[in-house]
Design a binder for this molecule. Structure first.
Ligand code: NAD
Length: 440
């Protein structure tokens, strides 16, 4: 099949690479010329495990190419995936300007029948909007169909997620159109759910909001544990063993970040209000999440007797491990709050430092390894649970620090062990431990 993809971001580029790898001919277009030039030279615009190899292989085999010319992509493709950004506007509502401009461009260049598949996460009703915009911009009326095919991949495991999704949702105006899109996914052999367009649009928001809700739920329970000296990790295990609840997304911490959950929950709030439906549940999830970092810094401030003039090491900058994406990263919020409180901050992240420089500038010291970031600090804060932080030489770490105090925003370590290793260890929703307590 000849496939076009508009948008070479996380979703568009992975979609293009995977469909090419499945044997289709794919042209991927982005309006960002520098991004397209990079890709044409075989350089990836962001870090994603396995992506470079897959893109290189398919470019070499001439199944995948990149263009700045939208007309070239539209002419070539029979099926066009829209995978542009849908960020939140200043009000938290969805900014659909990228989707609208993509639809306009497709309409302007459409000369024969196409299926337009929207992969961008966009509120219910966007399928209709895309259809209207395309129709309004066609030089001559040409038939076309619009499908909603929400994407569920996670950054850091995007390729694997796209190759092996739990389900594929295809919201189509007719069985025949759904079949055409199903054919593209058939080689994956994964469950496919065919719905109407608006149902597919809501499935995406309902999925993300439910996961966000689980995180906010466990964080609310973590606060209760902290107040009562209970242990959130055991509570999470205790409830997660109930098969009706399940163990996933019950990790207490600094809350959810990234380019999806925060904006999607806010978008759902706006949609609920638009249709005069109760938004209370979603508002609560958002509110609980919003104050996680503030609460964490407040605790640091209290324990350290003020943050002004203190040296703090921060491990992790990306919004989660295995990506260099900093969008809505709780780690970046943590650094900014520490700086606002007058602390000096030295940071380390296995891959996100180059990107962090564009966000944090020279307000922090960038370190090349985890130990360097702990050198002479009054305390260390852990903001992203990178795997390499699990294999730390704690003796070496303690010797580097001015005081052996760790604030763990991701509950990476066993408190008893940390106390035995000589640390004052503050984690989320678990009692604080100290070397004295371990000795006692
Ligand atoms: P992104 O910001 O990484 O990429 C979007 C790309 O689209 C950019 O390169 C931009 O230059 C390009 N673009 C914007 N408007 C364009 C236009 N009119 N013509 C051509 N190119 C245009 O975004 P992303 O993270 O890939 O997300 C894309 C969509 O997928 C969003 O709706 C997002 O919510 C959704 N989504 C993202 C993820 C994720 O993990 N990133 C997962 C599932 C769904």
């Amino acid at each position: 099949m000849q496939i076009g993809v508009i948008g070479a971001g996380y979703v568009g580029l992975v979609t293009a690479a995977v469909f090419a790898d499945l044997g289709n001919d794919v042209v991927c277009h982005d309006r960002d010329e520098s991004r397209i030039r990079m890709l044409q030279q075989g350089e990836m615009p962001f870090y994603e495990p396995g992506l470079q190899e897959m893109v290189t292989r398919n470019m070499r085999d001439r199944r995948l190419r990149f263009t700045t010319r939208v007309d070239e992509m539209v002419d070539f493709a029979r099926v066009i995936f829209i995978a542009v950004g849908t960020p939140a506007d200043s009000d938290g509502d969805t900014d659909l300007s990228q989707v609208k401009s993509a639809a306009r461009a497709i309409g302007q260049h459409m000369k024969e029948y196409k299926i337009i598949v929207n992969k961008s996460t966009a509120p219910v009703g966007t399928g209709d909007l895309v259809r209207q915009i395309i129709a309004a911009h066609q030089p001559q009326p040409v038939p076309f169909d619009v499908v909603s095919n929400p994407e569920f991949l996670r950054e850091g495991s995007a390729i694997q997620d796209m190759l092996n999704p739990d389900r594929i949702v295809i919201g189509a105006p007719s069985r025949q159109v759904a079949m055409a899109v199903m054919e593209l996914y058939a080689p994956l052999g994964r469950p496919i759910l065919v719905t109407d367009v608006q149902t597919a649009e809501i499935i995406k928001y309902a999925s993300n909001a439910f996961l966000a809700l689980k995180i906010s739920f466990i964080n609310a329970i973590a606060d209760l544990c902290e107040a009562t000296q209970a242990d959130i990790e055991m509570v999470a295990r205790g409830i997660g063993l109930d098969h009706r609840i399940g163990p996933h997304f019950l990790r207490a911490g600094l809350g959810y970040g990234g380019s999806c959950f925060p904006k999607d929950v806010q978008s759902l709030i706006h949609t609920a209000r638009r249709y005069r439906v109760d938004d209370g549940l979603f508002v609560a999830a958002h509110r609980i999440n919003r104050v996680r970092v503030e609460r964490f810094v407040h605790r640091m401030d209290h324990v350290l007797n003020g943050l002004d003039g203190k040296a703090i090491g921060v491990w992790g900058l990306s919004f989660k491990p295995d990506t260099d994406d900093l969008r809505e990263s709780r780690a970046v919020e943590l650094v900014q709050r520490l700086l606002d409180a007058g602390a000096t901050v030295q940071v380390y992240d296995p891959v996100a430092v180059p990107r962090a420089r564009t966000v944090l500038g020279d307000t922090v010291v960038y370190c090349t390894n985890a130990y360097e970031a702990a050198q002479d600090v009054d305390a260390l804060a852990i903001a992203t649970e990178w795997r390499e932080f699990r294999q730390v030489d704690f003796d070496r770490l303690r010797q580097r620090m001015r005081q052996p105090i760790i604030f763990d925003g991701r509950n990476m370590y066993d408190p008893e062990r940390m106390a035995r290793m000589g640390f004052y260890y503050y984690s989320i929703g678990r009692p604080m431990v100290s070397p004295e307590r371990a000795a006692g």
